[in-house]
Design a protein around this ligand. Structure first.
Ligand code: F6R
Length: 241
C-alpha cells in the first residue's frame, strides 16, 4: 500500500482528482468505481472544473457506484443516485447509459445483487475504485462483521452509520436502515483502489485499519492486501500514524 500525505482537504481533493484524471486520459473508456459521502465532493468538483476547461472527456467512461440505500428512488434527494447526478453526472458529458448504481427500489435483494455483480463483470471489472472510510472502518456499506461478505449484498446498517448519516436527513427515523453494497470481494477485484480521508475524526480508524490486524471487524483493513492500493489522506487524518 502507498500513503500520500497531503496538507488539507483541498490538497487531497486535487491529488485524488489527478489520479482519476490520469486513469481517464490513459484509458478513455475506463470503468470508474465511485463513492458518495462528504469526502469525495471536492474531488468531484475538480473533475467538473477540468471537464469545463476541456481537459477531461467522459464520453466513453463507465461508472459503477459502491452502494445505494434500499427503498430510495433516484428522485429522492437522499439517494446516492441523486447525489451522483447532482455532484458529477449532470455536470459532465457522461452517457447516462454508462452509469450504474444499485437499484434501491428493487426489493428483491437476491436478484438486484446478482444483477449488479453481472453488470460489473460485463464491463470487464473496475479499473479504479474510489473509497471513503466510515468511522467504524466500513468501506462501501461493508460494516464491521465476523466474516467478510464477498459479493454485492443487502446490509443492515449499524447504529453508528445511521447516526453518522442522520445529518443528511430531517430526522433520524428517516434514515434508511438497509443498503445494497458491493462486497469486499467486488471491491478487492478492482485493478486499482484509491481511498480519500480527511480530518481528525478519521485519524483513529485510519491508524487501526492500516497499522492494525486485517480483520472483518475493521473492513478497510483488508485493503492492506490489495496490490495497488493508495491512501490519499491529509495531515489530520494521518495524525495518529
Ligand atoms: C459512500 C460509502 C461510504 C463512505 C463513508 C465515508 O458511497 O460507500 O463508505 O465512503 O461512509 O463517508 P464520508 O466521506 O461522508 O466521511
Amino acid at each position: 500500500m502507498r500513503i500520500i500525505k497531503v496538507r488539507d482537504y483541498q490538497d487531497m481533493s486535487r491529488k485524488a482528482a489527478n489520479v482519476i484524471s490520469a486513469q481517464m486520459i490513459l484509458k478513455p473508456d475506463s470503468v470508474l468505481g465511485l463513492a458518495t459521502g462528504s469526502t469525495p465532493l471536492g474531488l468531484y468538483e475538480k473533475l467538473v472544473e477540468w471537464y469545463g476547461k476541456g481537459d477531461l472527456d467522459f464520453a466513453q467512461v463507465k461508472t459503477v457506484n459502491l452502494d445505494e440505500y434500499v427503498g430510495l428512488s433516484a428522485d429522492n434527494d437522499q439517494s446516492y443516485r441523486y447525489f451522483m447526478n447532482k455532484n458529477l453526472f449532470s455536470k459532465v458529458n457522461i452517457d447516462p447509459k454508462n452509469v450504474n448504481i444499485p437499484d434501491g427500489t428493487n426489493q428483491d435483494a437476491e436478484a438486484e445483487c446478482e444483477r449488479y455483480e453481472k453488470v460489473i463483470e460485463s464491463l470487464g471489472g473496475i479499473d479504479i475504485q474510489l473509497l471513503g472510510i466510515g468511522n467504524n472502518g466500513h468501506i462501501g456499506f461493508n460494516e464491521p462483521a465476523e466474516t467478510f461478505m464477498m459479493k454485492t449484498h443487502r446490509v443492515d446498517l449499524t447504529e453508528s452509520t445511521i447516526e453518522a448519516n442522520k445529518r443528511f436527513f430531517e430526522d433520524v427515523s428517516m434514515v434508511p436502515r438497509q443498503a445494497y453494497t458491493m462486497g469486499i470481494g467486488t471491491i478487492m477485484k478492482a485493478k486499482k483502489i484509491v481511498m480519500v480521508a480527511s480530518g481528525k475524526t478519521k485519524a483513529p480508524i485510519i491508524k487501526e485499519a492500516f497499522t492494525g490486524e486485517i480483520t472483518p471487524r475493521v473492513p478497510a483493513s483488508v485493503l492492506q492486501l490489495h496490490q495497488d492500493f493508495t491512501l490519499i489522506a491529509d495531515e489530520e487524518a494521518l495524525s495518529l500514524m
